[in-house]
Write a protein that binds this ligand. Structure first.
Ligand SMILES: Cc1ncc(COP(=O)(O)O)c(C=O)c1O
Length: 370
């Protein structure tokens, strides 16, 4: 029996190990641990990769969301429209600022926010829309931007799962007021610890983020505002810089694997493969399936040595953390129905052709179980 975990960060590290060990030692010896040459170079390289003028590394994707919302002027009492079908950090960041997440249901195929339902949730308190580019697929940012312009709202994107995602052929990093990225180790571009970044085309927005991430400080010990300590350390920046040049190739391999999966599963009864809308590419941070018999299928895959996980089993409106919003079962029927069926299978670029064939065979067999 094979043993194929859902993710495997160790096999990726092996590809940069020699250079990484050399560079980490060098950093340790120089003593320049924070905001040094690697941070500066990573800013430029990342901005170019995601199609933005500016990229400001921070300590996590959660920090990126928090500091971007703060730079956008979100305050206590404001409302921010977002999706309930995401990792909790998206809505946590809104809450950190004393604002209220206002959930809008998702589309049944892209699993991103349903643009057609946004306008009915806009009130006099709405200040921003926070779409999530989920699993590596873009939200419909063109349509979202049109609504935002009409109602004078900012759009801050959660691209934590979507480095390299394109909307209508353009990388999403510079399309909204800001995009927020995560470099959590299992992300398509993952560090050896926590990491994240805010990207934008707006120099003033970039400036606000830069100041906020370092205690509201432009000049040493002169504090313009109450900020945060969100600086990404040199070791993380160095590791991410070593991986970034490989990311396009890794993404192509993910897309190749996803193509094999979709061709194999699209006509299997009881399975629904992930859709790719005409306006988006897909970088497959996760390859997700909807399965009518998810519990039995996941158990069969586990017993066959194939790792799976559910992203996400409980929409945010049903989490105790958001109980005060009083949006119980039935509030977001699409998100709730997708959450009951969705699961992810391994799609990391280092999977061998043999691994892929094994996964295909096991998923097809398991889909027939009841
Ligand atoms: C959609 C989404 N938003 C936000 C985050 C938060 O990123 P981090 O874990 O780097 O704080 C993640 C990653 O876990 C995510 O997947």
């Amino acid at each position: 029996m094979k043993n194929i975990p859902l993710v495997n960060v160790k096999v990726q590290f092996a590809q940069i190990q020699a250079e990484a060990e050399k560079q980490v030692l060098e950093i340790l010896r120089t003593g320049a641990y924070i905001l040094g040459q690697h941070n500066k170079a990573f800013e430029t390289e990342l901005a170019e990769y995601v199609g933005a003028q500016y990229a400001i590394p921070v300590k996590s994707g959660t920090d990126a969301l928090l500091v971007a919302l703060r730079a956008a002027g979100i305050q206590p009492g404001d409302e921010v429209i977002t999706t309930p079908f995401t990792f909790i950090a998206t809505a946590e960041a809104i809450r950190y600022l004393g604002a209220t997440p206002v959930f809008v249901d998702i589309e049944p195929d892209s699993y991103c926010i349903d643009v057609a339902q946004i306008e009915q949730k806009i009130t006099s308190k709405t200040k921003a829309i926070l779409p999530v580019h989920l699993f590596g697929h873009a939200a419909d940012v063109g349509a979202i931007d049109a609504i935002a312009q009409k109602h004078n709202l900012l759009v801050i994107g959660d691209a934590c799962q979507s480095i390299g995602t394109e909307y209508q052929g353009r990388p999403i990093g510079g399309l909204c007021a800001a995009e927020c990225y995560s470099f959590y180790p299992t992300k398509n571009l993952g560090g050896c610890g926590e990491g994240g970044a805010v990207t934008t085309n707006d120099p003033e927005f970039a400036d606000r983020v830069r100041i906020l991430r370092a205690h509201g400080m432009r000049e040493t010990y002169k504090h313009e505002t109450i900020g945060y300590n969100m600086r990404l350390d040199e070791i993380q920046c160095a590791i991410l810089r070593l991986k970034l040049p490989k990311l396009r190739g890794w993404t192509r391999r993910r897309q190749e694997i996803a193509g094999i999966y979709t061709a194999a599963f699209q006509s299997v009864p009881g399975l629904q493969t992930p859709a790719v809308q005409a306006y988006s590419n897909h970088i497959y941070h996760q390859y997700t399936l909807l399965a009518e018999n998810r519990t039995a299928l996941q158990k069969y895959l586990k017993d066959s040595g194939v790792g799976t996980a559910v992203h996400y089993p409980i929409p945010l409106n049903l989490q105790p953390a958001f109980a005060d919003l009083q949006q119980g079962p039935g509030s977001f029927p699409v998100a709730e129905s997708v959450a009951a069926k969705i699961f992810s299978i391994p799609v990391y670029p280092e999977l061998t052709d043999e691994d892929i064939a094994y996964i295909v065979e096991k998923v097809k067999t398991g889909a027939q179980l009841s």
